[in-house]
Design a protein around this ligand. Structure first.
Ligand code: ZN
Length: 138
């Protein structure tokens, strides 16, 4: 069995953003040489997410509105965690959007449904953050 591990780093200029990282993940799969197996991709920070959804800008706006309704950034003093800073909403948003994805690898490709793409969700940006890619198989 082959294994592959890589850390990707994202340093986004805004507090919140969603970016399609599918091309970087496909590049990792190519580098790994693995044709059949499983790919895990997870955020290594507790204020960021990795998730699968549609690459459609209207939907990305809808996610922002939805998350701000459930866990609004402000006022900061509504959260107990914010005695340590101002990112309680980012922890909550990350929990809603998830930590990781697992994708089947078949014939050297990500075995996606038609509209599935992998996204990095940043909820407390303006600093470097790591994403782990682990691939196992043969
Ligand atoms: Zn925090």
């Amino acid at each position: 069995m082959k294994t592959y591990r890589k850390e990707l780093v994202f340093n986004l200029p805004t507090r919140r953003a969603l970016i399609n990282i599918t091309p970087q993940i496909q590049q990792c799969l190519k580098e790994s040489g693995i044709k059949e197996g499983l790919l895990l991709c997870n955020a290594m920070h507790i204020t960021a997410s990795v998730f699968i959804n549609d690459d459609e800008s209207g939907l990305h706006h809808d996610f922002e509105v939805f998350l701000e309704k459930l866990a609004p950034e402000k006022p900061y003093n509504q959260y107990r965690h914010n005695v340590y800073g101002n990112n309680a909403d980012a922890h909550l948003k990350r929990t809603i959007m998830g930590r990781e994805v697992v994708v089947a690898v078949t014939d050297g490709r990500l075995d996606f449904g038609t509209w599935e793409r992998i996204f990095y969700g940043e909820f407390d940006g303006k600093r470097p953050k790591r994403v782990l890619v682990k691939i196992i198989g043969e």
